[in-house]
Write a protein that binds this ligand. Structure first.
Ligand code: URA
Length: 427
């Protein structure tokens, strides 16, 4: 007798054979895995069975609740402003959190944003912010709540107490080819977001080569699943499906994305970054019940920039320090005059990663100055010989593999058929 309610092998067999797991089976397996009773190899087999067989809505809801219950759920009820967060499923050049969090805070909401570091070709918000001298990602729960009240926006690392089952399971999925299961992605993201304690949530679900979800049907299913999970846990949740076939903005890296975000906060910046920042800000303010505030005005008149400065300074960042610059650059120029018709997000993400902006393993360091600056975006007219892409790194030996990633990733032609940035809204 083990004293355990179930046997892991029976749970695995049920899902392997296409059956439905019961609530007690799910609650047990998630808890027993967190306690170390269910072994990694057993959870790997179960994750693969889930990837191949899927889960119904009740199984996903119970799995998510079990992951939340594996740790603490932050209580933000004492925060005086309405709380609202956003989550992006990740993309190339996706620096939107940087201008968005202070902007929404400047409009009267509180934005509690627990973020991650990048893995693979998609950048992590914490990596970008860590290029600011002195800025620190680690805050205690108390510091988190105080900053939320005083400044209105916090972007920091999630503490160990939040959804520990997910931390363990995500690391396992990463090395067992089981990341791409919609039930597992949805429960992983939503368990952390629900445990974070925000009252409303806006999801930016990316679609395209640079995203997890390569086609709109999959992205829609992921979005729908997450919206339903949020609702079921009392979090007002909406999702925007947005294009990630080409990078967002004109930079992909760390410090260079902070620089671009500062341009947006100063009232300028690339049109697509501004458009998405405002679209998400409007959804967040709606979720927070602040429907009569205009975020475009807060961007234009400097209020969002003031909140950015307070937010960075509260976490030790020197807002006036110059940002690290890469030592070496290599420029790709336009071979002919015309219109840039295509610039592939995945290729740019992989190139930035190979230049040192991203990491291959969780414990690897990232280079603050490395990345890709895009001097043209799809739809822009270019003239022969003008710079198209500028590769930046501290280690010139990295250029060759970064250039290889960019082979066939862009085209100069006659006219570009442009995709809208916001593809759909789900609530
Ligand atoms: N991000 C997460 O937090 N979890 C996933 O499963 C995928 C992306």
């Amino acid at each position: 007798m083990t004293g355990e309610s179930f046997d892991a092998v029976d749970v695995i067999r049920t899902k392997r054979d296409g059956g439905t797991l019961t609530d007690p089976q799910i609650e047990w397996v998630v808890d027993a895995y967190t306690r170390g009773i269910v072994a990694d190899e057993q959870m790997s087999a179960l994750a693969m069975a889930i990837l191949l067989r899927g889960m119904d809505a009740n199984e996903i809801a119970t799995w998510t609740a079990a992951m939340i219950a594996s740790g603490e759920r932050l209580d933000l009820t004492a925060v005086t402003r309405p709380t609202v967060d956003k989550h992006s499923t990740g993309g190339v050049g996706d620096k939107i959190t940087l201008p968005l969090a202070p902007l929404v805070a400047a409009c009267g909401a509180a934005v509690p944003q627990l973020s991650g570091r990048g893995l693979g070709h998609t950048g992590g918000t914490l990596d970008k912010l860590e290029s600011i001298p002195g800025w620190r990602a680690q805050l205690s729960n108390e510091q988190f709540r105080t900053q939320l009240d005083d400044v209105g926006a916090v972007v920091c690392a999630a503490g160990d107490g939040l959804a520990p089952a997910d931390r363990k399971l995500y690391a396992l999925r990463d090395v067992t080819g089981t990341v791409e299961a919609i039930p597992l992605i949805a429960s992983s993201i939503m368990s952390k977001k629900i445990a974070e304690g925000s009252s409303a949530l806006v999801l930016d679900v990316k679609v395209g080569s640079g995203a997890f979800m390569k086609n709109a049907d999959e992205a829609r299913e992921l979005a729908r699943t997450m919206v339903e999970l949020g609702r079921a846990h009392g979090v007002r949740t909406v999702a925007l499906l947005t294009d990630m076939s080409t990078p967002l903005g004109r930079t992909a890296g760390n410090a260079i994305e902070v620089e671009e975000s500062l341009e947006v906060l100063a009232g300028g910046g690339p049109a697509d970054v501004v458009e998405l920042t405002l679209a998400l800000a409007r959804e967040m303010l709606d979720g927070a019940g602040l429907t009569d505030v205009d975020p475009a005005a807060a961007l234009a008149d400097g209020r969002a920039m003031d909140t950015w400065r307070a937010m960075i300074a509260a976490q030790g960042g020197d807002v006036d320090a110059s940002l690290p610059q890469a030592r070496e650059t290599h420029t790709i120029t336009a071979p002919s005059s015309g219109v840039l018709t295509r610039l592939d997000a995945l290729a740019v993400g992989v190139a930035a990663w190979r230049l040192g902006a991203g990491r291959a393993r969780k414990e690897d360091p990232v280079s603050a100055g490395a990345g890709v600056v895009m001097h043209a975006k799809p739809g822009d007219e270019v003239v022969e010989g003008q710079p198209l892409l500028e590769l930046r790194t501290d280690e010139p030996a990295r250029f060759e593999r970064a250039l290889a990633a960019l082979d066939d990733s862009w085209e100069v032609g006659a006219a570009a058929g442009l995709t809208p940035l916001v593809l759909a809204r789900l609530d």
